[in-house]
Ligand binder design. Structure first.
Ligand SMILES: [Zn+2]
Length: 196
């Protein structure tokens, strides 16, 4: 009798648990979305982290991006290391780096460093905090993918604890082709690192 009960009980409770979990996730996700939409900026402040999301179809993206940019941003591709973009990046001075897909500020020259890896490297995003990170197992092991918070475009990966002599010991390894450099005056270091 007991065995029968257990056999019957298990799938039922599992189902119940899964349904409850789904409802909680949906409710949480819904709330988060709602919150985001609630705080939409009314002005033209590009640097706000709570910003309208940009969504386009692949066809629409192809109209505004180069083939390489589309491959990186929308298909999570990677440019070859030590390419044209990297050479350009190495020569650039003070300024900010925006997303080529949606023009949102992502990084500044204040946290740029020479990691010699062949891709543009930063040790922290800009104060605008417009990058999101996600776990990525595409190569069979865990990496942390970096995406633009506004258009959800793939930017690159972030690696931690590699021993670089920087305040965060993080390397945001970003594809140069999807960074739009905006030259400007000296950009202060991110506020979170001011004590450095
Ligand atoms: Zn973007």
């Amino acid at each position: 009798m007991n065995t029968f009960k257990t056999k019957l009980g298990n799938p039922f409770y599992i189902l119940l648990f899964v349904s409850l979990a789904s409802v909680s996730i949906i409710t949480f996700y819904g709330k988060t979305k709602f919150k985001k939409n609630q705080s939409l900026p009314t002005g033209e402040d590009k640097n706000m982290s709570e910003q309208k999301t940009v969504t386009k179809t692949d066809e629409e993206w192809k109209e505004v991006l180069s083939e390489k940019q589309f491959y990186i941003l929308r298909k999570a591709g990677t440019e070859r290391p030590f390419g044209e973009e990297y050479k350009e990046f190495s020569k650039q001075g003070e300024g900010t780096y925006a997303c080529a897909g949606c023009n949102t500020e992502l990084f500044t020259s204040s946290t740029k460093f020479d990691s010699k890896c062949g891709w543009p490297s930063f040790y922290d995003p800009s104060d605008a905090k417009n990058v999101n990170t996600f776990e990525d197992f595409h190569l069979g092991y865990k990496r942390t993918e970096v995406r633009c918070a506004v258009c959800d475009g793939h930017l690159g990966h972030v690696f931690e604890g590699e021993g670089f002599d920087t305040p965060t010991d993080k390397r945001y390894c970003i594809n140069g082709a999807i960074l739009k450099f905006v030259p400007g005056q000296k950009v202060p270091k991110p506020k979170t690192l001011e004590k450095e």
